[in-house]
Write a protein that binds this ligand. Structure first.
Ligand code: FAD
Length: 494
């Protein structure tokens, strides 16, 4: 009964990693005047300390928060990111870029890929990526802000500095930070009543946001919400991370380099490079992973290699009673397409849209959980695609990935594209058609057919159409400054 519902005024955020501080920033900026917001974090426990590659949706988050981009980039040693270079994924020695841009121009009945396939068949087309501004700019290490949202981009950022930046932001909007270790979660019936700290203090609240990382101290340990394991689709369950000095200009893209039992990331920041090897512990042990990473980094190490363990999957419910899990406590796929910070942002947006000011309503909880589930499942399929569609057979890991069964939803997408070159974005899905096409082509699927509308173009017309797009891309890229020089001048904040 709504008359029995308790109004929500006191918010307690447990955990101060990227998730905790993003939640604090967004809640305090939008509803801060109506709420009392506390954030508890423990310096002794620390944060996961990785999570440095983002996707373009972060710009929306920053614009909602009215964050000044230059100030943010200077504070977090950020660089621009135009996409991800997938190296040795399709097969050893074969690379492609999944860029954030659009490729070519679509016709209302058929996407650009149909015209490109026709052009390719007639020897009139270049590489698929030749028709994408962001991809060509990435290849040439160039970047600039262009008018009318001319380039789609994201950032590489220092996760520790980002949390610090958001802390200052949130405290400016009244968030109270409490240092301490949570030692007990006090329940009142199905709800959480308060958190007990090692100092003995009791922090009471109406709504608790679990941002305690993989442990899921509130949602998992206290409320008993279980976890759905996806390791049969995502074999990697470990990572070793290491920071190194920069040895050259920062690239405007993340490098994802496939190895025998996983893949390696390289994330260039202004002041250093973030490196890591994501691997399947069933196939190599931690020591082998450390050695593989150390043998493949450029530049002197700034930190010791650090092993992290994770379980790919999601919580059965991300909102239960008066507790909402955001960040790693709600689930984690793996870092391949840099989607975790995006999922944090989506969790925050959803919570704001359904904010239970007048009391928590079961219909909101059900809606929130359903939306969270749909969202992460689409991303899961997209990530599984990279592993499954490969020609690699050089290790037990890749043979497993090729042979494993995949979700039916992904099977359908692959079959549809292979046979007809068609891709349809599901409502509210993160990755649009062009992302699916870039990765499916990049991983080696060449569709058997294309739409008939492309056949209606004669050779001359098709060549003119394709060349005009390519020339426009080339002419724009040639005028762009080098990414490194652009970052240096842009971040020289007065
Ligand atoms: P954490 O950073 O673990 O923070 C947990 C917080 O809870 C800490 O402040 C901790 O002190 C606090 N806490 C825990 N227990 C207690 C307690 N008992 N008392 C008090 N406080 C407590 N995401 C991306 O978007 N892009 C990437 O490139 C990317 N790469 C990744 C690579 C790897 C190997 C991994 C594992 C993850 C990666 N992620 C990436 C995910 C990303 O790191 C996380 O989504 C993000 O950092 C948010 O983490 P979090 O805040 O949920 O958890």
């Amino acid at each position: 009964m709504s008359s029995e519902r308790k109004p929500i005024k006191r918010i307690v955020i447990a955990g101060g990693g990227t998730a905790g501080w993003m939640v604090a920033a967004a809640l305090s900026k939008t509803l801060g005047k109506l709420l009392d917001i506390k954030l508890i974090e423990s310096d002794e426990i620390g944060t996961v300390g990785v999570g440095e590659a983002t996707i373009p949706t972060l710009l929306t988050f920053h614009s909602l928060l009215e964050i000044n981009e230059q100030e943010f980039m200077a504070a977090t040693q950020a660089t621009f990111k135009l996409g991800i270079s997938f190296e040795n994924w399709r097969d050893r020695g074969q690379d492609y870029i999944h860029s954030f841009g659009l490729t070519g121009k679509d016709h209302w009945t058929a996407g650009f890929q149909h015209f490109w396939l026709k052009g390719r068949e007639r020897g009139l087309a270049g590489e698929y990526g030749d028709y994408c501004l962001e991809l060509k700019a990435a290849q040439q290490s160039k970047f600039a802000h262009l008018p009318r949202a001319g380039m789609n981009y994201a950032f590489h950022l220092d996760a520790t500095l980002y949390a610090k930046y958001l802390r200052k932001f949130s405290e400016g909007f009244g968030v109270q930070r409490i240092e301490g270790k949570i030692t007990e979660v006090a329940l009142a019936g199905e709800n959480i009543a308060a958190l007990r700290l090692d100092s003995g203090a009791l922090i009471e609240g109406d709504l608790f946001i679990d941002c305690t990382g993989f442990r899921g101290l509130l949602i998992g340990e206290a409320l008993g919400v279980g976890y759905e394991d996806w390791s049969h689709w995502l074999a990697c369950d470990s990572a070793v991370a290491l920071q190194t000095v920069s040895t050259g200009p920062a690239l405007p893209y993340t490098r994802s380099i496939a190895h025998a039992a996983g893949w390696q990331w390289r994330i260039p920041l202004q002041h250093r490079v973030g490196n890591g090897l994501v691997y399947a512990s069933k196939h190599i042990d931690d020591e082998q992973a450390k050695q593989a990473l150390l043998a493949n980094v450029e530049g002197e190490a700034l930190t010791q290699p650090r092993v992290l363990r994770f379980q790919p999957g999601q919580r059965h419910q991300t909102w239960r009673a008066n507790c909402v899990a955001i960040g790693l406590s709600s689930g984690f796929l793996e870092p391949l397409e840099s989607t975790s910070i995006h999922l944090i942002q989506r969790g925050i947006t959803r919570l704001l849209q359904m904010f239970p000011s007048k009391g928590i309503c079961p219909a909101d909880i059900a809606e929130y959980n359903q939306q969270s589930r749909n969202e992460i499942e689409h991303i899961r399929d997209f990530i599984v695609l990279h592993y499954h569609v490969t020609q690699r057979q050089d290790s037990a890991f890749w043979r497993h990935c090729r042979e494993m069964s995949i979700p039916a939803s992904l099977r359908h997408r692959i079959d549809l594209f292979r046979e007809t070159a068609r891709v349809f974005r599901v409502p509210n899905e993160l990755f649009a058609e062009n992302s699916w096409i870039q990765v499916m082509l990049g991983q080696g699927i060449l569709p058997q057919q294309h739409h008939q509308v492309a056949d209606l173009m004669g050779d001359a017309e098709l060549a003119r159409f394709l060349n005009s797009i390519r020339q426009q891309v080339d002419q724009t890229v040639v005028q762009l400054p080098a990414h490194q020089a652009y970052v240096e001048s842009y971040c020289r904040v007065a």
